[in-house]
Design a protein around this ligand. Sequence first.
Ligand code: ADP
Ligand code: 5GP
Length: 200
Amino acid sequence: MGPRPVVLSGPSGAGKSTLMKRLMKEHEGVFGFCVSHTTRNPRPGEEDGKDYHYTTKEAMQEGIDRGDFIENAEFSGNMYGTSKSAIEDVIAKNIICILDVDIQGVKKIRTLVSKDTDLDPIYISIQPPSMDVLEKRLRDRQTETEESLQKRLEAARLDMELSKEPGLFDMVIINDDLEKAYEELTALLSDEINKVLEAK
Ligand code: ADP
Ligand code: 5GP
């Protein structure tokens, strides 16, 4: 049995990518990012095939119809989805597969896993300390238009509510102080990290 995958979720702007990138940098060769598909445009600095597979609505819908995706969802007016091949590519390497999905994705993966118990992920929600802090982080990031920012804040309110559902997440990490959040995350994943290191 390989290491358990990690499903990372939480509002846009809560700090998922920041924490994940640090985790991957400080534990080289231990984690693999499951590259999702999206119909949104790349942000400056993002790379096709690394951050996302950027695609069109038509091509994505064709893939969904073909059964290429384990889950997909609409978020803030764009389509996002995890393809079977993206997840299989990482799992095959026997490293910890990280999936960054919204709360709809979490629920879909949970349903899927209940039917096929092979995956057994660890579910983690990264939450901001407050809506005000989240809004400031999103504005300071300068990646959104006013319209997409408002959509993300709307989705964030719902996410913050839904993530309280008992049993949905194994852990909810409040990302106020980055160091503290990072420590909590690594502590939670230490068994899986050791599993990968021991197998090397
Ligand atoms: P997500 O991937 O969840 O959408 P990001 O990782 O892009 O969020 O973080 C959103 C913004 O907030 C980024 O500009 C990031 O540098 C900043 N940020 C993340 N965590 C913290 C923190 N603990 N304190 C202050 N700023 C943070
Ligand atoms: P962003 O546009 O900020 O990269 O991502 C927006 C939201 O989409 C985030 O909540 C992120 O977790 C989610 N997301 C990214 N990839 C996927 C995916 O493959 N499936 C689902 N359901 N959500 C995703």
